[in-house]
Design a protein around this ligand. Structure first.
Ligand SMILES: [Mn+2]
Length: 435
């Protein structure tokens, strides 16, 4: 066994050829660019391995987005594995819930230095520059639904040298990801590995440093739920597992080619529309700067109480043809580092002094007291359903509308209530506010 340090790239959740969701009205050019984004991100990951002369390359499941993977995705994946193999870099792949072994695939041979794990756990020699330096352990999902704790299969398999485990799994029941191959951090620790190369959770996370237990997250965000940097971990381990000083090191390397972002701005204190446009320009430049040359897709929320609230509520102002969003996007069309506004949400309220109005003994005051009492009653869902029933509306609602109403959280109902109150107030006070 050699004594030098080992360097490798760990990626997961490539979801090759995954569609981008939530962008219905994009230009053909943008749609084409986005369609290629998951491919470009994986190519970047492979480039990173070649550039840094990595000793080996790990892929921890969800290579494809669906069991019925596209021809293009399969050929591209093989092509990239071949680039690694041609450069003398061995690769190791396990499959997860999105790309189980049961899925259809082309009848192709893997490149010589590419290894793919089957459904049973296997331990294969890790050879670097002709020398055995350790072992890579792993197993793939045979089918999508795996509820077995696969981590337990790795117990007692540790051998001499560096020991690396590849697994697609949900550690500690992480929310927002289906609970496939559930296990605990203690299950992983108990196996005595040096590095757990995990996949499944789409946010990058180092769960433990000793041993290293790592989710690199997916390589490319595909919707507004996947914001921020996406990429791989570049890892270093000494022979025997850890670097001198007891620790291996991991460094995050972004590989994404387009980034998703949520941004917010406030209209408070703004008097004229120009100020709102200027604030949007500042928001866009901030997003552009942070993305370091990559394009960005932004979901913007405008909040605050102020005069411009009425402007934002004007029909068609935000998202109509030739409206604010479209106008902001138009100037971005020819830039390679474009900032595309996916949508603008209006959470603003009119500038009325609700407290003063609510304490008055007039119709508006009573209206505000009523609204406030409703909000503070507690269970808003129950309250809403009671009101709908009492007014005879509940029975008349189409089933799908009722199901949507019934799915609202208390916070959503409170937000709707505030927005409704603000809208009603604007109507009630019309004419009194003109400056
Ligand atoms: Mn995934």
């Amino acid at each position: 066994m050699g004594s030098s340090t080992l360097k490798f790239i760990h990626c997961a959740d490539l979801h090759l050829d995954s569609p981008f969701s939530g962008l219905s009205e994009t230009s053909a050019a943008l749609a084409g660019f986005l369609r290629g984004a998951t491919f470009s991100a994986f190519k970047n990951a492979v480039d990173c391995a070649l550039r840094s002369r990595a000793d080996f390359f790990l892929i921890s499941g969800d290579v494809y987005d669906g069991e019925d993977r596209s021809v293009r995705a399969q050929l591209f994946f093989l092509e990239q594995l071949k680039r690694l193999s041609d450069a003398g870099i061995p690769s190791f792949t396990v499959h997860g819930n999105h790309d189980p072994l049961s899925g259809w695939e082309l009848d192709r041979d893997l490149p010589p230095l590419a290894y793919r794990f089957g459904a049973e756990i296997e331990s294969v020699p890790l050879t670097v520059k002709g020398e055995r330096v350790g072992t890579v352990h792993g197993c793939s999902f045979p089918v999508r639904d795996v509820d077995e704790n696969l981590a337990l299969r790795f117990a007692g398999r540790r051998t001499e040298g560096v020991n690396i485990a590849l697994l697609h799994c949900n550690v500690g029941g992480r929310k927002g990801h289906e609970n496939y191959a559930p296990c605990s951090l203690d299950d992983l620790r108990a196996a005595g590995m040096d590095y757990w190369a995990l996949g499944h959770v789409h946010g990058a996370e180092v769960l433990s440093h000793d041993p290293l237990v790592v989710y690199p997250g997916n390589l490319q965000g595909r919707h507004i739920g996947e914001t921020g940097k996406k990429g791989v971990f570049s890892a270093t381990l000494g022979s025997g597992g850890a670097l001198p000083g007891g620790r291996g090191g991991v460094e995050f390397v972004p590989c994404d080619v387009v980034r998703w972002r949520k941004d917010a701005l406030s209209i408070e204190g703004m008097q004229r529309d120009e100020e709102l446009f200027a604030a949007f320009e500042r928001m866009k430049e901030g997003a552009r700067h942070d993305a370091g040359g990559r394009p960005v897709i932004v979901r913007a929320t405008v909040a605050g109480r102020g005069k411009l609230s009425a402007l934002l509520r004007r029909p068609g102002f935000i998202s109509g043809a030739g409206g604010l969003a479209e106008t902001l996007n138009q100037s971005e069309e020819r830039r390679s580092d474009f900032v595309y506004i996916e949508s603008i949400r209006d959470d603003t309220a009119s500038p009325f002094d609700l407290e003063a109005l609510g304490s008055g003994n007039h119709f508006v005051g009573d209206f505000l007291k009523e609204a406030s009492a409703f909000e503070h009653r507690g269970n808003l869902k129950e309250g809403l359903l009671e009101v709908l029933a009492a007014k005879g509306i509940k029975e008349k609602l189409p089933r799908e509308v009722f199901e949507r109403v019934d799915a609202f959280s208390n916070e959503e109902i409170a937000a709707l209530l505030r927005r409704g109150t603000s809208l009603a107030l604007a109507g009630l006070l019309e004419g009194e506010d003109d400056e």
